[in-house]
Write a new protein. Sequence first.
Lengths: 288, 288
Amino acid sequence: MKKEKPGIDLWTTEHYEGVLKLGYKTKETLYSKESDFQKIDVVDTEYLGKVLFNDGLLMTSERDEFVYHEMIVHVPMSVHPNPKKALIIGGGDGGTARELLKYGSLEKVVMVEIDPCVVEACKEHIKVTSCELENPRLELRIEDGVKYVAETNEKFDIVIVDSTEPIGPATPLFGKNFYSGIAACTTDNAVVVSQCESPFLNPEMQEKLLSIKADLFDKVSMYNYSNMTYPAGLWSFSYASKGLDPILDTKPLPPEVLEKLKYYNQGIHKGAFALPQFQKKKVQQYFK
Amino acid sequence: MKKEKPGIDLWTTEHYEGVLKLGYKTKETLYSKESDFQKIDVVDTEYLGKVLFNDGLLMTSERDEFVYHEMIVHVPMSVHPNPKKALIIGGGDGGTARELLKYGSLEKVVMVEIDPCVVEACKEHIKVTSCELENPRLELRIEDGVKYVAETNEKFDIVIVDSTEPIGPATPLFGKNFYSGIAACTTDNAVVVSQCESPFLNPEMQEKLLSIKADLFDKVSMYNYSNMTYPAGLWSFSYASKGLDPILDTKPLPPEVLEKLKYYNQGIHKGAFALPQFQKKKVQQYFK
């Protein structure tokens, strides 16, 4: 019997506030660069396939990225009756663009990512998310999303804020100035969905983002999902719209989109807006 | 300014199949014993309060135990119209008994835990779950649950299989022999809920347990929850009943119970039965 040769015992470890560690058995590092904004690493793991870390925080893994990307895209897309133009702020791994581009009816997707190195790392190493970044319906702009929404003359039906945690380059994406810009560059009935942290870990930020949205939009709500990799299991997106209700106005997805999905379905859509009691007590004061 | 003295950097680490680690910053170990069935440890952590580990797997933490215990109890209790007697198999930390005993209408709860050391460890160190273990309506039996259900003459309206993973002492609790015993010791309309692993990590075991239940019960389904501590975020309970549908037959909880809960509410109940597409495709063939 051929014996396996001994090798190093390589682990990638995500640290959360000095009290929690998540470790992933690692085959090799594929990309490691200090960009103008953050430290970016792609590692190949035994458990999750290739994984992107920004500043040491796990952003995307090949194995479970479908959960986050399907839930951030198909909830707003099933609510808006006829979306033609969509805007992504952040989303450098490309997964959100990939999900949006499954809809042949979308004429244009603008994606504004501040950090070219995130796009570079994922184009080279994480094809499962970056596979549609050359799609002709996608306009990929490397620039500051806050500046873009303040200055653009375009109007969008769908806006998706696909950001990292509220530290580093994403901090302004959790602020009022940014959302005022979004409110100004959206059509009537526009739907705005944003990465909104974990109710277990960061309830204060959930409240802050919902209160900002409640000042600017007619409908505000929140929905949850669970993937394999984000610490503390339960995470949320915030929902806002100038007129559309996330439950009453939802409709079945086109069959050619639905058949490709691994997480989202109509039951999950409705169920995701049912929040645990401890979370509901804090956030429902902002719901409209 | 007084400087904090340096001390050891103590971590408790849960290992999952050699490819994943979950680490918790630890203050001290409180209990550590090799019982006749498993290694039992209670540690005091910075992040989760006191935590129980069986054979190195995290079972219960003070900070998030309410999620699991509320979901395993209040789903069946909201479905059965008039439960008088409940049976817990396992559940040595006491959290499931605590939730059941919130219902004044329950006349008797029998809890059958195989390992006295789990009860001992939690009585000494995890009061938040063990606080009702001396309740006069609770009959705590230290014996083998498989043998108990095979031999008892009692009939139960609610059965809750609150087991560890299908390794070690809990292995028979994932087998057909055990569930035949449960079917025989339940009333008409009884509801049987079981810890049923993670759809991300152990879909084969989910299928196995559902197929066993589908051979023995008229109604079979599955529902999900997410807590802070179980690896891979999304976990499930299986549902079975001789006659009651988990959605159509559910009713509001008594207000004096509902007001004490931190996770469960009617929206969460219904939403939990909506399964992600990848899980639904595997398990819905067993649903009745």
